[in-house]
Design a protein around this ligand. Structure first.
Ligand SMILES: [Zn+2]
Length: 358
């Protein structure tokens, strides 16, 4: 059924048509887990901790942990993945889908393809001054959109006795003349002038097939622009106002437009918020996972292994008693530098080089 795309009158202005139809994982930064107790890394000993030795920048470092820090853990990535699938993913999907849904991508109406098209200008009032130009504008509009406009002018007497308003009359005319539902009928009506008072009305009635192109917002805007022109009688004749308004809209009819702007922005924000949150939390999870990687070569180290020596070849500092080869350059370390007790602890240093406890 056809429906109004809007209308206007001298007194009431224009009216709208009736519509047809970031956060991130908050786990401890230590990663890894053992036996259910929270994994912990500290630079100082704590109850139940074990000491690990690792080297960084040619210097020994100690950390105290309650789990094997050498094992690579993907906990952060796994937690991120769960978080993404459960929360961010759905938000991302719904936001993206609904944002796209609130955009109208007009598709040219193909109803009249291979059919003869007639451009109706039925001027019962005799107000059309340049029918040729009006038809030219209507044809241009059709070429762009596939919708055939039709213009009819009538006297108010034609409809005001049998219909409550021009919209109701235009509805019947549209059904009667254009049952194809692919026309856009514009009826302009006025009374026989008395005292120069112009009691005019204008109604646009679109067939259902035109809906993908003439959206509610588009119909409203068209009627607003047309109404303003119809008020400027010193500048525009009725057909001049119509032709100029068609010419305004023809170039932009097929551009994507927002059906519901508020809905679009809300879901676009949801989409981009989820996307940014997802990327940031993933970067953070990767960073934390990489952080753990630096302990890959750590070795368990007794608390009393404290003496440092420096390599004769590379000068790198190492912990005496922990290595037979330099941890920095791989050179063999002289075993006579220190004496170990039966448990392997260094009990005496023979080194003439300065060495000191850390
Ligand atoms: Zn070395």
């Amino acid at each position: 059924m056809p429906h109004s795309s809007g209308g206007s009158s001298h007194s009431g202005g224009s009216h709208s048509g009736s519509s047809s139809s970031s956060s991130s994982s908050s786990r401890s930064s230590s990663g890894g887990s053992s036996g259910g107790s929270a994994s912990r890394i500290s630079s100082t000993p704590f109850r139940g901790s074990r000491r690990f030795l690792y080297y960084k920048d040619s210097k020994p470092n100690f950390i105290y942990t309650n789990y094997d820090v050498r094992k690579k853990s993907y906990d952060h990535i796994i937690i991120w993945a769960i978080f993404f699938v459960m929360l961010l993913g759905p938000f991302l999907g719904i936001g993206g889908f609904m944002a796209v849904q609130s955009v109208n991508f007009p598709k040219k109406i193909t109803y009249f393809k291979n059919k003869d098209v007639e451009f109706v200008v039925e001027d019962n009032l005799g107000v059309v001054k340049d029918e040729e130009n009006l038809k030219r504008a209507m044809k241009d509009f059709y070429k762009e959109t596939g919708i055939v406009p039709a213009v009819i002018t009538v006297s108010n007497d034609t409809w005001n006795k049998n219909y409550k308003n021009l919209e109701a009359y235009a509805y019947d005319v549209s059904l009667d003349l254009f049952p194809d539902e692919a026309h856009w009928l514009i009826i302009y009506s006025t009374a026989v002038k008395e005292d120069g008072f112009d009691d005019w009305f204008c109604e646009t009635m679109q067939g259902d097939r035109t809906d993908p192109v003439i959206t509610e917002a588009c119909g409203k805007e068209f009627n607003d622009v047309l109404y303003k022109r119809l008020l400027q009688r010193d500048q525009y004749s009725v057909d001049g106002a119509l032709a100029a308004t068609f010419d305004d809209f023809t170039p932009k009819m097929m551009r994507p437009s927002l059906k519901k702007a508020a809905q679009f922005y809300a879901f676009a924000i949801m989409f981009f918020g989820s996307a940014i949150g997802g990327v940031l939390s993933l970067v953070s999870a990767i960073h934390k996972t990489k952080e753990q990687g630096k302990y890959k070569h750590a070795v368990p180290c007794d608390l009393n292994a404290v003496y440092q020596g420096s390599c004769n070849y590379c000068g790198g500092v190492y912990i005496i008693g922990m290595h037979t080869e330099c941890p920095h350059c791989g050179a063999a370390l002289p075993p006579q530098n220190y004496v170990q007790d039966p448990q392997g602890n260094v009990i005496q240093i023979f080194n003439t080089k300065p060495s000191k406890p850390v």
